[in-house]
Design a protein around this ligand. Structure first.
Ligand code: NI
Length: 195
């Protein structure tokens, strides 16, 4: 990936986080969605009720930011030990054109990602809707000379949603795993979900 494109992507992501943090109400972030999981099943946000979700938006062809972020989440969750089982990590694709359920299945099971990572994809309309609900910036960038053909610039943050699907906070992908683990543990303890 071209360094300029990546820098632009990171700057855009930082801006999106700033916008997100400026949201008047926490209830402005998140909401209902209907998507397809990596087994091909249709799912909605209601299927995840009862379990706090850690949601990341990205795409499987992402050369660096997505895999590094998901590996970081895996390390943070590993630090939580058994308590991590209370959390449902989710990757939502911003590249519905290429990220079929089959492609998502191969991806979520690889690369040292959280062991119970669920991959969600959908139609371009469904993806636009969920991205908008979560205030996720995403933009297709043509890269005609690269093998991938195009990339998606996107916000790179983890959304922590509580057992009822309500927004709690975001973690930046630049936070270290230790501090993410500490915040997750504080949340789980406060909700009586830590062992
Ligand atoms: Ni990415």
């Amino acid at each position: 990936m071209d360094v300029t494109v990546r820098r632009r992507g990171i700057a855009a992501a930082a801006m999106a986080v700033a916008l997100l943090m400026g949201c008047e109400q926490k209830s402005d972030v998140g909401g209902p969605f209907t998507l397809t999981d990596h087994t091909g099943a249709r799912v909605t946000e209601a299927d995840f009720r009862g379990q706090p979700m850690v949601i990341y938006f990205g795409f499987t062809y992402c050369p660096d930011v997505c895999p590094l972020s998901l590996q970081k989440l895996a390390i943070a969750m590993d630090m939580l030990g058994e308590d991590a089982k209370a959390l449902q990590p989710i990757l939502i694709s911003l590249d519905p054109e290429r990220d079929s359920p089959e492609q998502m299945a191969l991806y979520v099971e690889s690369n040292g990602f959280p062991p119970n990572l669920v991959g969600l994809t959908g139609t371009p309309e469904e993806i636009d809707a969920v991205a908008q609900a979560y205030r996720v910036f995403h933009r297709k960038v043509e890269e005609p000379e690269s093998a991938a053909g195009y990339l998606i610039e996107h916000t790179s943050v983890f959304y922590l949603m509580d057992q009822r699907g309500r927004f709690v906070t975001v973690f930046s992908h630049s936070q270290d795993p230790q501090s993410i683990a500490e915040e997750l543990r504080r949340f789980l303890t406060a909700r009586g979900l830590a062992g």
